[in-house]
Design a protein around this ligand. Structure first.
Ligand SMILES: Cc1ncc(COP(=O)(O)O)c(C=O)c1O
Length: 443
């Protein structure tokens, strides 16, 4: 698709779209003041620059592939709000749908037809989903799916994979997860067992050892928090078979991969059908969303039919539903996936040339439009490999890109995202700047 035909950039009122940085003094001052009011100056720790150093950047608006900070600097954005901005920022049709919904009544605490339409739409996109419930974040979706699996099976233990991130409910904050935490009951931690990603033998031995105690195996089919790690051929199929053998509920956490790696998520890409799936991020068009769904017999265990409690004042609220319906409608167009694939492939081809010419210890890992430029001497296949990632060099790379108007996640392990609004020109400019930043990082 030629640049001028892209419906997502045509409407973009990017007026001041020249990328590059003059100074970030306003962000610096704001980051100092906000730290006196909000712990660490952020409402979610990954937003802070604790890994890369320096002060955070405050954004004031965003459109398409660009974000503008409070000093007026424009960046090509690859954070994508950590996943939601799949169509780019502020897509006019999504904005309009949400505005209309706010005007009609932002929240009723009672069913609306929008919930029904959204449910139909997700069910149409994901054949494994027979029934779905909407919540307000990926964390809530995971927490609810795990409780549901426990209630359905009458078992307690959760198996998850080292280095995975499933949000911040207690059951998924283990010591070798992407994020651990104090304040979690010892008894809860004991009920979560960790096993290495891409290692069927270890999973099998865990399932054998704890046979009859395991409620669920929860997995990110592509790990987004240890360098975008793909499942090796046959791994997800093997996980499915082992879950069947032990009658364990298999949950695919597709909060990040859901609409991103393919139209039907990782389950379509790899051809494996989970029992339950969790969603979030891109599904809501930028509005706070989560969802979990799957087999009807399992979903029937939820109240008011069954005995598993799960609720939420803002669950399925009209504004989020309206945004989500519009996103799913727009993503129904295969051309959008072709564009995202082409742009991400273009980006990796350009960076790869530079990396190979200099034999740099960089791994380019991606699934669809989620990608990572991994500062590691070996391909990262699991959590142990990810510990070799050179965070210090990444910090130099990150700051050089930032200073030149390219915004990446401030983390050496988390997935970056290409959106449907990124243009060929954005990618060309990024490749050039990545080359310069790599030179600096390896000087
Ligand atoms: C795979 C995965 N699961 C769950 C979550 C938690 O979602 P939220 O941040 O919306 O609570 C995330 C967020 O990064 C995620 O990537």
């Amino acid at each position: 698709m030629g640049k001028s035909q892209n419906p997502l950039t045509q409407d973009a009122k990017t007026g001041n779209s020249k990328t590059g940085i003059s100074n970030t003094e306003n962000s610096k001052t704001a980051s100092q003041e906000i730290a006196t009011l909000i712990p660490g100056g952020v409402n979610s720790p990954f937003r802070s620059f604790h890994e890369v150093g320096g002060h955070t950047i405050f954004f004031k608006d965003a459109l398409g592939s660009k974000v503008t900070d409070i000093d007026g600097n424009v960046y090509i954005d690859y954070l994508g709000a950590w996943g939601p901005a799949i169509l780019g920022h502020s897509h006019p049709l999504v904005v309009k749908a949400c505005q209309d919904a706010v005007s009609a009544g932002a929240v009723f605490g009672a069913p609306t037809l929008l919930e029904m339409e959204m449910a139909k739409s997700v069910i149409r996109h994901f054949p494994s989903i027979e029934q779905i419930r909407f919540v307000s974040s990926g964390t809530e979706a995971v927490m609810s799916a795990i409780r549901l699996a426990r209630g359905f099976t009458g078992r307690d233990t959760v198996v998850m994979f080292e280095g995975a991130y499933h949000g911040h409910s207690d059951s998924v904050l283990g010591s070798t997860t992407h994020q651990s935490s104090s304040g979690v009951l010892a008894g809860t931690k004991e009920r979560t067992v960790l096993t290495p990603f891409n290692d069927l033998e270890s999973l099998e031995s865990t399932l054998n050892q704890l046979s009859g105690q395991i409620a669920t195996v929860i997995i990110e089919p592509v790990c987004g928090s240890m360098g975008v790690v793909l499942p090796e051929p046959g791994f997800l199929q093997g996980v499915r078979q082992l879950c069947d053998k032990h009658q364990v509920v298999l949950i695919f956490d597709e909060v990040l991969t859901g609409l991103r790696v393919a139209k039907g998520g990782a389950q379509a890409l790899f051809g494996v059908k989970p029992d339950l799936t969790t969603f979030g991020k891109a599904l809501g068009g930028g509005m706070p969303i989560g969802a979990f769904g799957g087999r009807r017999d399992i979903m029937d265990a939820l109240m008011p039919i069954g005995e598993v409690y799960q609720a939420g004042t803002f669950s399925g609220n009209p504004v989020t539903m309206a945004g989500g319906i519009e996103v799913l409608r727009l993503l129904d167009n295969d051309k959008i996936y072709e564009t995202m694939e082409a742009r991400t492939a273009q980006l990796f081809a350009g960076i790869s040339k530079f990396v190979s010419a200099r034999s740099l210890p960089i791994q380019l890992q991606r699934a669809g439009s989620m990608f990572a430029i991994v500062f590691c001497d070996i391909p990262v296949k699991n959590f142990t490999d990810s510990k070799r990632i050179d965070a210090e060099r990444f910090a130099v790379f990150f700051h050089d890109l930032l200073a030149n108007g390219v915004y990446l996640p401030p983390s050496s392990v988390d997935a970056a995202c290409v959106s449907a609004a990124h243009t060929e020109r954005d990618i060309e400019e990024t490749i050039e700047k990545v080359g310069a930043a790599l030179k600096k990082a390896f000087a």
